[in-house]
Design a protein around this ligand. Structure first.
Ligand code: BGC
Length: 350
């Protein structure tokens, strides 16, 4: 079967390969992959900056944002042929640590977790894969192929949950949220913020095109200037770029008692001059919370499924702005300026 694989650590190594069928040991449920979304992490892996292949293998099958259709499943799995499913990215560490032991693999304590398409487990950019039922989330057939957005939405569902947890250390009545970055994570974070009834302001560099349109279509405001000029003292900032200067900008401009949730995985090795005393002093004197958030557990996938089912399908359809056939994977891995979510079409559409 066809698959897109990479040699982690080696830039430009992505290729279309012919792999053998998934081994029964991978799990009792056989899934035909329909589509796989591409995110910044895939681009980092394919450019040699991130990623780990499975033990004993040179190559890693790429892809962690999937939607597929069950081809066969044991009756005991609660799944049946034809069901639409999304593969959960992270699997618990084998020890397991006390978080992984209770299904909170997104808070793995010892770093021995694995992630499909990222860390030591093959991903979903292949025509078929096998999984244990507990690593699959069944999605509403009405959502169809748009469920390819479930994984990135699970990541922002967790980020919101983290911000709210920190906010609730005192009376918490948030009104205004800032989202930095209008990529898929930023847009989905904005969608959830609007669904929570907040006034949402999205900041990005693009001055025109799809991103501003998508932001205004959900009733949020789009900005290209500095945060402090347009939104003084926001209650929540979800930082979705990982750009170091924007991270500190967010910390500097959060309102008193507010929470900044950091979701972007930054490149390393770039230095930035900051007044660390000022950052510390303002955080302490205003009870500011800064929390990092990565990945998602099953609860967040469920929250994400609910959020996507409440969203306008035509808006979600516009977020997926480019669909590329599997054979043209190199085109999908190359970023275009107005790209939002690029999706690789692996199998038959829904
Ligand atoms: C994925 C997460 C993963 C993280 C770090 C993100 O792109 O969506 O599931 O935990 O990368 O590897």
């Amino acid at each position: 079967m066809k698959a897109i694989t990479v040699v982690p650590g080696k830039a430009g190594s992505a290729s279309l390969d012919n792999l053998s069928e998934p081994a029964p040991a991978e799990g009792s449920v056989l899934v035909d992959t329909i589509a796989v979304g591409i995110c910044g992490t895939d681009i980092e892996i394919s450019s040699g900056q991130y990623g780990w292949s499975p033990p004993g293998h040179e190559r890693l099958v790429l892809g962690h944002e999937s939607i597929g259709r069950v081809a066969e499943a044991p009756a005991s799995s609660g799944l049946a042929a034809g069901d639409l499913v999304v593969g959960i990215v992270r699997r618990p560490d084998p020890v397991p640590c006390y978080n992984c032991a209770v299904g909170e693999w997104d808070f793995c304590r010892n770093g021995q977790y694995t992630e499909h398409g990222i860390k030591s487990l093959d991903g979903f950019m292949r025509e078929r894969y096998r999984s244990e039922p507990e690593a699959l989330v069944k999605v509403d057939s009405a959502l169809g192929e748009l469920a390819v957005l479930l994984e990135p939405t699970s990541v922002v569902a967790k980020a919101w949950e983290q911000a709210e947890h920190v906010g609730r250390r005192a009376t918490w009545k948030p009104e205004t949220a800032v989202i930095t970055g209008a990529g898929p994570i930023g847009l989905l974070a904005a969608l959830l913020g609007r669904q929570k009834g907040l006034a949402v302001h999205v900041f990005d560099q693009m001055t025109e095109g799809l991103k501003p349109d998508l932001v205004s279509a959900i009733g949020a405001e789009y900005h290209t200037g500095p945060i402090e000029q347009s939104v003084p003292d926001p209650d929540v900032i979800i930082e979705c770029t990982g750009v170091p200067a924007l991270v500190f900008d967010a910390i500097e401009h959060i309102g008193s008692g507010g929470v900044v949730c950091l979701t972007g995985v930054s490149p390393t090795g770039r230095e930035l001059a900051i007044d660390a005393g000022l950052v510390n002093r303002s955080m302490v004197l205003a009870n500011e919370g800064v929390v990092g958030s990565v990945n998602a557990n099953r609860r967040h996938y469920e929250q994400a499924a609910e959020a996507l089912s409440k969203a306008d399908p035509s808006w979600l359809g516009r977020v997926v702005n480019r669909k590329v056939p599997l054979d043209d994977f190199a085109d999908a891995l190359g970023r275009r300026p107005d790209d939002v979510k690029v999706v690789l079409q692996v199998g038959e559409t829904t």
